[in-house]
Structure formats: C-alpha cells, structure tokens
Design a binder for this molecule. Sequence first.
Ligand code: ADP
Length: 553
Amino acid sequence: MTPGLMQTAPLSTTAILRHGAANHGRRQIVSRTVEGDIVRYDYAQLARRAERLAKALKDLGVRPGDRVATLAWNTHRHLELFYAVPGLGAVLHTVNPRLFEGQIGYILRHAGASVLLFDPSFAATVDRLKDQVPDLRHFILLTDEAHAAPGAVGALCYETLLAAQTPGFDWPVVDENAGAVLCYTSGTTGDPKGVLYSHRSIVLHAMAGGLSGAFGLSAHDVIMPCSSMYHATAWGLPYMALINGCKLVLPGDRFDPPSLHSLITGEGVTFSGGVPTIWTMYLAYLAEQGASPGRLNRVVIGGSAVPRVMAETFKQRYGVTVLQIWGMTETSPMGVVATTTPDLDDLTEDERDDVIWTRQGRTQFGIELKIVDGSGAELPRDGQASGALLVRGPWTLRRYYRGERDVVDAQGWFDTGDIATIDAAGFMRITDRTKDVIKSGGEWISSIDLENVAVGCPGVRIAAVIGARHPKWEERPLLVIEPHDGHVLTRDAVLDFLRPQIARWWTPDDVIFADIPLTATGKIDKKRLRDTYRDHLMEQPAPRDAPVAQTQS
Ligand code: ADP
C-alpha cells in the first residue's frame, strides 16, 4: 500500500470540546438543575469547568480506562462529565436511574466503576446500594455546598471539588479507539448489557447526526434533548451541539409538559428530541392550553414507532416537522432518520407525508442495513419483503462490554432483533420486534401497525398490541388501551374505528382498558403486558366477536 500523507490526529471528545469553546465560545448553555434553579453559561465556561473537573477526578485517582459512573439527569454538570471523563482517557458510565435498584447494583458491579457521581435526588438509592458495589471508592454529589448532604456514603460535593482547582488542563492524547462512554441496554430481555462507545464512534456518529440528511443542525438552532443523557448519550445531542455551535437547553429532571413548554418558549428552542410518550403528553398540553410551541420547528422522535397522528398534528397544527429516527443503544443510537429525497419529488405532499410518516427512516452514510430470511439469505429491497434487520458500521457495536465473543457475523453484521422492510430509496420500515411479532395461524401480524392505527382513535392516549395465546390460532392480537383522562371508550367503538383501516383478520380479539406499564426507557413494557394478559383469550375461549378468517382480506 502507498500510505496516505494526511494527518492522523485522533478523533476525540476533547477535540469536540476544544472546537466548541474556540469557535462557539459565547453560545449559551441553559440548564435546569435538579434543585430547580436555572443555570446559564457558555461553551467557553464549559471548557474551563471541564478542565477543573478533570483535574479533580485525577486527584481522586481516576486513571485512563477507569469507569466513572453517573446517576444523573440532563443538567450542565452531567454535560461537563461527558467531556471531562473521556478527556482523561477514562470511561463515563451513565447509569439509568429508572432501573430497579437491583439492576443498578448489577450494572455498577459489572462495569466495576470506582467513582459514582449522582444528583441529590438519588442520595437514598446510593446509600442503599453502597454495600452491593464494593469497587466504589468515591461518591460525589452533583450539587453545591448549600445542597450537599454527605449521607451514609460520605459523599463529596461537586462544586467544592471544582472550586478547589484552577482552570487550564493539558488534556492527554487519547487513542481514538479507546472506550469513552459506557451505556447499558435496558434489560427488558435478560440482564442489561454494556455497550462501550469509543471516541471515534462518538465523533463519527455526532458528525453524521448534524448533517442535513439527518437532524440538519446549524449554529442558529437551539436544541433541547428530552431523551435522557444516561440513555445512549441523549442520542449524541450533547456532542452534536458543540460540533454545530447550537445553543443547548437542558431540562434537568423535569420532562412534564409545563416545564418543557416554559423552556421551549422561553429559550426559543428550535429543535428537540425524545420518545413518543413525552410528545403525546406535550401535544395534549398544547391542545388543552390553546398554546403554541414558539419557535420549535423540528422534533426528532424515536425509541418506538411514531404514531402517524402525532406527526400529522405537529405539522398541521403547529408547523413542526417530525423526524422519525430508529436506533438502539447498540447503534449509538442513531441508525436511520426519516428525511426526504428527490425520489419522492413526483409524489403529492400528502403522498410524501405518507411515506415519511410510515417509515422509520432512510439509510444514512455510516450505517448499512440489510434484511434476511430465516436462512440468512438477503431479501430484496422492494418495500414488500420483510425479514430480520441487520446493521453494520463504525458506530455499531461489535461486542458487549466484558463479553467473551463478538456478537456480529464474519462480515460485521449485527442482528437488531427487529423485523423490517427496506425499499429502493433506502427507506426502512420496522414491522415488529422479533419477540413482539404476533403469529396467528402461521401468518404474521404487525403489532406496530395496529398500534399506529389504534392511537389515532379519539380519546386513546397509549395503545399496545400483544399476541395473546389462542386455542385455535396459537396467538391473536389483543389491544390494550390507556385512554386520555376523562375519556370513556368502549370496545365496540374502538374496533369500529380500526376496521376500515386494517385487514379483517388483523382485528384484535378483545380490547382491554388499563394503565399501560412503561419500561425504564419510556417504552411500552410489552413483557409485563404479556405476563399479565397472555392468557386473556384462553380464559374467554368464546370471543364475543365472530371468529375471523385467517386469510388476508
Ligand atoms: P435502547 O433504546 O436502550 O437501545 P432497546 O434495545 O429496547 O433499548 O431499543 C431499541 C429498539 O427500540 C429497536 O431495536 C426497536 O425495536 C425499537 N425502536 C427504536 N426506534 C424505533 C422506531 N422509530 N420505530 C419502531 N421501533 C423503534
């Protein structure tokens, strides 16, 4: 080979920090703290505080490769850790505080973290966890002296540690393939598994995320991550913000609609992102209050399928474009984003919306997708054939943290556990997760498609469809609905709403009205629903509806 003659400076989170401070130094960061007040500063000050923090952690004995854990919400202090810890060559381990305490203990032990930084609201949890995690040597409360209470763990105070340092730090050169951020999957299918992002994967993912074929970020944007910083780095937004010079608004621990609305309108937020449940509540709030979302013009929604009615309402009522994304912790998490392409130019606006709103996204450079059948043979990209979705690329995982072997095949393909179609323009549509798919009389029924229609029924707040055991058809769809407050819905009204929009044999065998449990990442907890209702149709062997034909109509 003839070696290229270009520079090989490693891609690193420190390079992002330096760029943000040097070129967008006065851009604001607005953070709602867990104590409730609003903190304002800028990228130049962020860099100075990250330097002090790095020095403080080094003084506590943090060395390259060490894991430094957080139990923290979306605040400026957490942001400082996003840069200081990887900048030292150590690994920031963001723990999801919504998990059960037993799982949090398991994750901390598995990761072997030596330092834990936590918001004051988790003090009692940390006191209880302390003895389960013997490797933890230092505890630091993410607060100031006025709010610090050392508790049983004798926690140090974050602001006191920073104040004791001077700014200025000679950041080490870190290998771009070194581990930077460790994030565990939510554990709905067994023990949580660790995904260890490298500096390189973080930088490439964050660069790609800002492109116009993805989030289309610019220095004129004001972005507010409503996905949690502990969950796959809030979709990379804390890094994308500095790369693109966007003003960054951090909502702390308050994701309720009034709190979000005051930041969206007060700070001029143009771009936000989060799981559908957050936006369901926010849209209901806007409608109740007769309010408008100010300058907001793009909302990225993913983590589970975006109901069509949500995208429609955002666009038609508020002029806000919904960008659906699909991804998972294992893909950093951005996989595909639903943006338009000249391939759709010949369509009417309605037809174009229809494509964009019913697809999870279009393949971006940096992530390759393919679908395969049961024998592993690749299926055509015709928008019809559906099969197991495999992905690969420089920000897709190769092996879980402390795993003994790679979880990709010899060509680097990772099986996502999703079932999808892909079309010629690169649009991918998830039809189900492998474990959620309903197999009725040998045919597949898409729970996602059914949920998408059901959630459009007036009065429905959340709709979940699971496969319930059935004496004749193995499984039949069962629809569980959580209505909006004050709405009274009947089974027949819901089924009448569904019928004209779905194949007849997809009609759910029953409708249950109940509170729908969510997972620690805000998704419908299908596992719990299945545990509760799996035998619902067996208990009622004679469904009130006439048996449905097992042929597609
Ligand atoms: P995490 O969100 O922590 O990665 P999961 O592994 O449970 O946890 O989430 C990834 C899964 O979420 C994907 O494999 C897919 O099933 C689902 N998902 C994410 N985005 C979408 C979307 N836009 N539409 C449908 N499903 C989605």
